[in-house]
Design a protein around this ligand. Structure first.
Ligand code: ADP
Length: 475
C-alpha cells in the first residue's frame, strides 16, 4: 500500500535508496575482500612451496626430515600452527612432513598427483568445509626436465573465514543501524521541510467568503512554498475582487429596480387618494407604463449580460454588410439628433463586411450613438464613420462634441451600472448597462472598444471588428 503523506513517501524513498546503496556497497566490499584474502593465501602457499622445493631438492627425499618446522617459522615469522608441509615421491608415498601433521598426511587427490607427476603442473585444492577447511597446493619439483619429488603445502583457512565472518557481522549490524538512523533523520527533515506547507494549509482553511481580505504570509518557507503562497494570495485577490463585484452588482441591480418601483407606488398612492377624472387616470397610467418599460429594459439587459457570462446568449453569425447597416442606423440617428437640436454627420466609408449577428451589432452601435446624443448638449455635433485602418480590421467611430469623460472614470465606464453622473444618466433614461452590453457584443465578435475623451470637448468610441476578408488589399 502506498503511504498517504508526502512526508512518509519521501522518507520511504530515501530509505529504500539508501538501503540499496548500502547493500550494494557491502556486497562489493565483502566480495573484493574475500577474493583478495583467498588470493593472498594462494600466493603465500606458492612462495612457500617454491622455498620447500628448493630445499627438498638439496636435501633429497629423506624420511623423518624435520627441518620443515624451522623453515615454516622463518617463512611466516612465527611458530606455525595451521601451516603444513609434506614431500612425496612421484608414486605418492610421503617421505618427510612437518611434525604438526603427526601421523596424518595432507590429503591428496589422484588427479592432483597425476597432473603434478605427469604434467608438471601445480594444483590448488580445498578440502573440508569452512571454518575448518584446508587449502593445499600440490607442487612438482622438476630437476632436469624430470619430476623428482612432489611438494605439498597446506594451510588452515580458519583465519580467513574468521575475518570474513567478522566483516559480514559488521555489515549485518551496521547497515540496518545506519538505515534506521537515516530513516529517523529523513523523517525529521521531511517534516521540517513540509512544515511551511502545513501553515499555508492552516491559513487557507481559516478563510471563507467573509475573510477573503486575509493573506498568507509570503516570506516563510523555501522558494517553492513562497511561490505557493504568492500564487494563493494572487488567487485570493482575484476572488476578493470577484466577490466584491458580485456584491456591488447585486446592490446596484436592486437599487436600480427599486427606483422605478418607488415611483410607481407613489403615483398609484397619490392617484387613489381622491376620485380622479379619466384624463388624470390616463396620465398616471401613461407615466406608470413608462416606468414599467424602463424596468423591463433593465431586466432584459441584465438577462442578456447574465446569459453572456454563461455563454448562453443566442448569437447568430451571418455575413453582414457593415456599410449598409451603418447607413441605416445613421438615418435614424439623424432624425433623433435633429429632434434634440444636434448636428449629425454620417461620413460613410469603404465597403466592409463582417461576420456578425446583425441584431447585436445594431444594438452595439445604437448604444454608442444613444450615449453620444444623450451626453452632447444642444448645438453640438455627432459623427458616425468607418475606416479600414489595419488589414483585416474595420474601425467604426462614434464621435461627439459633448461633455466628455474625466480620465479617472474612463476605465470604469464599461462596468455594469457604472455612471459618471448617476442623476444625469437616470434623468436621460440610462441605467449604466449600455456600454457593458456593447463591450460584450464587441468581444463576442472577436473585437474590442476603445475610448478617447477630453472633458468638456467630447468623446470618441472606436469599435474594432475583424472583417470577413482578412486582407482586403488582396481582394
Ligand atoms: P448609461 O445608461 O448611463 O448611458 P452606459 O453604460 O451607456 O450607461 O454608459 C456609462 C457611463 O459612461 C454613462 O453614465 C456616462 O457617464 C459615460 N458615457 C458614456 N458615453 C458617453 C459619452 N458619449 N459622453 C460622455 N459620457 C459618456
Amino acid at each position: 500500500m502506498r503511504p498517504q503523506t508526502l512526508r512518509a513517501q519521501l522518507t520511504l524513498w530515501y530509505g529504500a535508496l539508501l538501503f540499496a546503496t548500502l547493500v550494494a556497497f557491502g556486497a562489493i566490499l565483502y566480495g573484493v575482500l574475500a577474493r583478495n584474502l583467498y588470493r593472498s593465501v594462494d600466493q603465500k602457499l606458492m612462495a612457500l612451496a617454491e622455498v620447500v622445493a628448493e630445499s627438498s631438492v638439496r636435501n633429497f627425499l629423506r624420511p623423518g626430515f624435520r627441518d620443515f618446522s624451522r623453515l615454516l617459522e622463518e617463512f611466516y615469522g612465527m611458530p606455525a600452527a595451521g601451516q603444513f608441509i609434506q614431500v612425496l615421491d612421484p608414486s605418492g608415498t610421503v617421505g618427510s612432513s612437518t611434525p604438526n601433521l603427526e601421523q596424518r598426511n595432507l590429503p591428496l587427490s589422484p588427479m592432483a598427483l597425476k597432473r603434478a607427476v605427469h604434467g608438471g603442473q601445480m594444483v590448488y585444492e580445498t578440502f573440508g568445509t569452512l571454518p575448518k577447511a584446508l587449502r593445499v597446493l600440490t607442487y612438482p619439483v622438476v630437476v632436469r626436465g624430470r619430476v623428482r619429488n612432489v611438494v605439498q603445502v597446506g594451510t588452515n583457512l580458519g583465519a580467513v573465514a574468521e575475518t570474513l565472518r567478522q566483516v559480514l557481522w559488521i555489515l549485518a549490524v551496521g547497515i540496518p543501524s545506519l538505515l534506521l538512523l537515516a530513516l529517523a533523520g529523513g523523517w525529521l527533515l521531511a517534516g521540517r521541510a513540509l512544515r511551511p506547507v502545513h501553515s499555508v494549509v492552516r491559513a487557507l482553511r481559516a478563510l471563507d467568503a467573509t475573510t477573503l481580505d486575509a493573506r498568507i504570509p509570503e516570506a516563510e518557507g523555501t522558494l517553492e512554498v513562497q511561490e505557493l503562497s504568492t500564487t494563493f494570495n494572487a488567487l485570493l485577490s482575484r476572488l476578493e475582487n470577484a466577490f466584491r463585484k458580485v456584491r456591488e452588482f447585486s446592490a446596484d441591480a436592486s437599487h436600480e429596480l427599486r427606483t422605478p418601483l418607488t415611483v410607481l407606488r407613489g403615483e398609484a398612492e397619490v392617484a387613489l387618494r381622491h376620485p380622479r377624472s379619466p384624463e388624470e387616470y390616463q396620465d398616471v397610467l401613461a407615466s406608470s407604463l413608462e416606468e414599467i418599460q424602463r424596468m423591463g429594459r433593465i431586466v432584459e439587459d441584465l438577462l442578456l449580460l447574465a446569459k453572456g457570462d454563461l455563454g448562453e446568449a443566442p448569437v447568430e453569425m451571418l455575413p453582414v454588410d457593415l456599410s449598409a447597416l451603418l447607413a441605416e442606423i445613421g438615418t435614424h440617428a439623424a432624425m433623433l439628433a435633429d429632434a434634440n437640436g444636434l448636428h449629425f454627420t454620417a461620413a460613410g466609408g469603404p465597403p466592409a463586411s463582417v461576420m456578425a449577428d446583425p441584431l447585436r451589432l445594431r444594438q452595439l452601435f445604437w448604444n454608442l450613438l444613444d450615449n453620444a446624443l444623450k451626453y452632447t448638449p444642444p448645438g453640438g455635433r455627432v459623427y458616425l464613420s468607418h475606416t479600414l485602418a489595419e488589414p483585416g480590421w474595420v474601425q467604426v467611430t462614434v464621435k461627439d462634441t459633448g461633455i466628455g469623460i474625466p480620465p479617472e472614470h474612463r476605465d470604469q465606464i464599461f462596468e455594469r451600472f457604472y455612471r459618471v453622473d448617476k442623476h444625469r444618466s437616470r434623468a436621460q433614461g440610462g441605467s449604466g448597462l449600455g456600454l457593458a452590453i456593447g463591450q460584450w457584443i464587441a468581444q463576442v465578435h472577436g473585437g474590442r472598444i476603445e475610448v478617447r475623451s477630453a472633458p468638456g470637448r467630447g468623446s470618441s468610441f472606436l469599435v474594432h471588428l475583424p472583417t470577413l476578408d482578412p486582407d482586403p488589399s488582396r481582394s
